[in-house]
Design a protein around this ligand. Sequence first.
Ligand SMILES: [Zn+2]
Length: 196
Amino acid sequence: MQCPFCKATDTRVIDSRLFEDGTQVRRRRECPICDARFTTFERAQLQMPYVLKRAGTPEPFDEDKLRRGIEHAIFKRPVPPEKVDHAIENVMRKMRAVNEREVPSMRIGEWVMDELRDLDHVAYVRFASIYRAFADVNAFREEINRLEQLPTPEARRSQLLLIEAETPAAAAATAAAEKRLLADHEKPAKATKRVK
Ligand SMILES: [Zn+2]
């Protein structure tokens, strides 16, 4: 690096250390010509990439918009604010890590779902319904109702595995299980009517 005082073409690093939690490198330099000493800082350029909309148009990344999307999904769900902050940080970190000028909005949506899946299953399904259109509104509603009735986190986790299994076979199995459940519910109802 050039000396800012005498413009000598090269300077010597006499000390180098990490700074600001290791996100910066601070270097002391010395000019062998004029003996001047100065400090430089080096850090990664962390600019947020643009968001590539489904229509193919890029738009500047909007953290508030991301937050609104997540807050909409967790509305009235037991998710503490610090968890939301953490989720937003994770998504933004992934966006930067891609190291591209643009990141497709669908991809960001997938990352948000990854976060919500760990936070709250209902929020996850709500958000997923926007990004992956469910077959119909009833299927979506039934999914939420079913998830909300699950008592333990263990049961919730296995339920989420069903949602994650996105293959047609898995979807068919889920639909069949749903049908059986509904049939079981209807049987006692019919019996009651007959008694009357
Ligand atoms: Zn110099």
